[in-house]
Design a protein around this ligand. Structure first.
Ligand SMILES: [Zn+2]
Length: 251
């Protein structure tokens, strides 16, 4: 049976002499595995669609629940990601996070849009890398159903500086929590505003927020730690990105 899907390649592994096994995040079927026979031959019309990060409309042949790539129309290549090691490493980290998307599930529309918006912003250099990374991390946690509840302090309703519980996602202001226990992450009020913006905004405007430098740093550390807590995974590409930028992973 032939089916059509739109999707972005999260991983491409060479197989046999000239084939490749792709992991594709699709609008229609969530994450799927696709075999692309002969795509590494020079003459193959499929070769550009079988590169990692490439976004295409794909025509697949399905048999016994396995997919093979029949034809592809490339919609965005994101070539620019591969010309800059930091951008490429960050995009690889995003791809590794998105590998957690369920297989054969129709619920990946948001994750696909998040991937495409983030790859586009990275490729074009539209925003600082920390901002794209933080917004991706927190928005993805929200798409997975883990939006933190930080509109205001859950005890007094105040909106001043304070803490977010990494596990429960609850906000408590400094007045209500004088001595934070372990697992509470400090944010100033601007960082809270930034986080709340990411949680509530439309994906189209994901990166359209501004923060003072110190607050950006707080937000950035929080988003990473929050996502890592929710996905309970270490990511090789994140470790590499941190090595490149001279930072440490938030644990
Ligand atoms: Zn309070």
């Amino acid at each position: 049976m032939n089916i059509r899907v739109e999707g972005v390649v999260l991983r491409a592994v060479d197989y046999r002499e000239s084939d490749r096994i792709l992991t594709v995040l699709t609008r229609e079927k969530g994450r799927i595995t696709v075999k692309a026979a002969g795509c590494r031959r020079k003459s193959s019309r499929l070769s550009s669609a079988c590169q990692v990060f490439c976004y295409s409309e794909m025509s697949l042949f399905e048999r016994d629940g396995r997919y093979s790539l029949d034809d592809a129309f490339v919609k965005a290549q994101f070539y620019g990601l591969c010309s800059d090691i930091e951008k490429m490493t960050l995009a690889s980290y995003f791809a590794q996070v998105l590998m957690a998307e369920p297989e054969e599930s129709p619920g990946s529309e948001g994750a696909l849009r998040l991937a495409l918006n983030s790859f586009y912003a990275l490729e074009k250099g539209l925003y600082p890398l920390w901002k794209i990374k933080a917004a991706f991390e927190l928005k993805y946690a929200c798409l997975c159903g883990y939006a933190p509840d930080i509109a205001c302090c859950h005890m007094c309703g105040g909106r001043g500086e304070g803490y977010v519980g990494i596990s429960d996602g609850l906000r408590t202001c400094k007045e209500c929590m004088k001595t934070p226990p372990l697992g509470q992450f400090y944010l100033d009020s601007a960082a809270f505003d930034g986080a709340q913006y990411i949680i509530t905004c439309d994906l189209k405007r994901l990166f359209s927020f501004d923060l003072p430098k110190g607050s950006g740093r707080l937000l950035s550390d929080f988003c990473e730690r929050y996502l890592l807590d929710k996905t309970e995974q270490g990511y090789k590409a994140l470790q590499m990105y941190k090595t490149l930028t001279g930072e440490e992973v938030q644990l």
